[in-house]
Design a binder for this molecule. Structure first.
Ligand code: ZN
Length: 88
């Protein structure tokens, strides 16, 4: 995916890897276990990245509107999440 079009019409370039707008969401229990394995020399840094890619969910953050787009496991599409604004 070279470009991502946000609902606000902002185009996010994803050619550069890693793109600054791209994140990986991974449960802390998995992350801490992976770091522990790296510290014990049971896993290389490259293997850590591969495991994070395998177990994490892709996330794109739009710097213009603040939307967060999360790709579900085994899904192709991203679902949008927006910040709720209190109307008090
Ligand atoms: Zn946006």
């Amino acid at each position: 995916m070279a470009k991502f079009l946000c609902k606000c019409l902002h185009v996010i370039g994803l050619v550069r890897t890693p793109a600054p707008e791209q994140y990986t969401m991974i449960p802390n229990v998995v992350l801490y276990d992976l770091v522990d394995r790296v510290e014990k020399k049971d896993m290389s840094g490259n293997a850590l990245i591969a495991e994070v890619d395998r177990t994490g969910q892709d996330v794109i953050h739009c710097p213009k509107c603040g939307r967060v787009w999360i790709k579900g496991f085994d899904e192709v599409v991203y679902k949008a999440y927006v910040v709720e604004v209190d109307s008090e």
